[in-house]
Design a protein. Sequence first.
Length: 528
Amino acid sequence: MENVGSVSISRPVHLTRYTRYRVLAGAILVQLILGTVYGYSIFWTPLDAKVFPPVITRSERVKRIARGEDVSGFTVVDNKEAAEKRLAQQQGYLKYAFSICILTFAVVMIIAGRIQDVKGPRLPAVIGAVLMGVGFITAGLMNSPIVFYIAHAAFAGMVVIVLLMLYHALFGHLDKEERAITRHVPNGIMASVIVAAVVLGQQYVGKMGEWDKLFLLWGTVGFLAGAGIGFAYVCPIAALVKWFPQHKGLVSGLAVAGFGFGAYLFKDERFGALGYIREHDITSFFVVHGVVCLVAVTLGAMMLCNPPVTDRPASGVAPTESTWQETLKKPTFYMLWLMFFSGAMAGLMVIGIVSPFVTDQLLSAKLSAAEATAAGAAAVGFLAIFNALGRIVWGLVSDRIGRTAAFVAMFVLQAATMFLLGTLDTRAALCVGASVVGFNFGGNFALFPSATADLFGAKNLGANYGWVFTSYGIAGVVGIVAGNAAKVTTGSYTAAFAIAGVLCLVSAGLAIGLRFVHQKSQAALKAI
């Protein structure tokens, strides 16, 4: 007999042990593939060459013309500084694919968490596999004109669905007599959008140069891949917390360690994504990665399940269990949300730019371009490894010393690292800095699901953690925007790093306040 939250389960010991470790293996496999999202920073340089025309200065244009070379396919700017600024802007546009992915990931997780709570972990995880796979495969076919029209049609279809949902929300309550005037409105909405889509498609699709490819990337490796991650991500965590109720921090850390380690697959020069992209092409890699996502995440999803329920206590749900509606009314939710926002913003800001940031820092320190680029790739790998380790270590530590002490230690260490990061200019120092950022960032994904279960219960963890996780999506957008703005305005990321450091210190204080607020609410509950 084993207690899972407020639920008792009973089954043979050997079968229970086999099943729980099978679930753990499936969880790690799913998270390993989903975690490749943290390797997106290696996409920007090859995608820049694929999406945008090469940038040259006016003097370079004159030299090329003198040599009899064709210069019609280049973007011409005044000088070298203008060229660097233009390249930074172009990469900024590409990086929004990462922001869109993270935001979609977080928003979709609200829906996926609820589906997981009702239907179990397999269905939403398989949906995630399909969405992520289709997203990357479609991005890999960006050179095929028909893909742009299909994507355009899919977008038009989504607009129709959203408009019909709004119409239903506004007028669905009317009875048949009152609907006499409005009964044909849905047909009018569909006809209007279809006509507009056809007209706009003929006018713009395939004729906007780099903007066609940008929109496609935002919609595929951004929106679709993010939605796929959102559907699959919460399933392993929610299942494992139910199978291992006494070790929530550790198993949450083990599950999401795969997510943190996923980016390491992108770093390897010979067998990883970076080597493949150099030998082949970024679009070819997208197709291969899409197939891997589809197959591997589906396989991992089939290994997931919830523990069987045989008995429920007569009193019903334990007092610590909260539905998502009840959770949103509690001040502890908003404190937890703000803490996650700070921790996620600091980490995502660095993850989104770690490769070019390290490269720029070392180029400024007079290293060769080849050495600087190799160091940037190495930093991605170190960040990924320590991201994975941080999830396990911080989860284990929090089970031993308590969530509050673990939160305070993690946020203070991250703040100190963010303040120092912009001053580092050696290969070793930058790799250490990236590793510490990854280590602390990884801790978020062990501590926050565990804290959510502690505060609001395990029964509705999928939906509750989905709402907490929205802070992660917003942090992804804010972090990338702040980093890009600092880089374009000042030529450095230092100001954005400092802001993230201050927010981490604020969150350390919030963690202490969260403990007192929760203790007070628990004392009031016992007094009833």
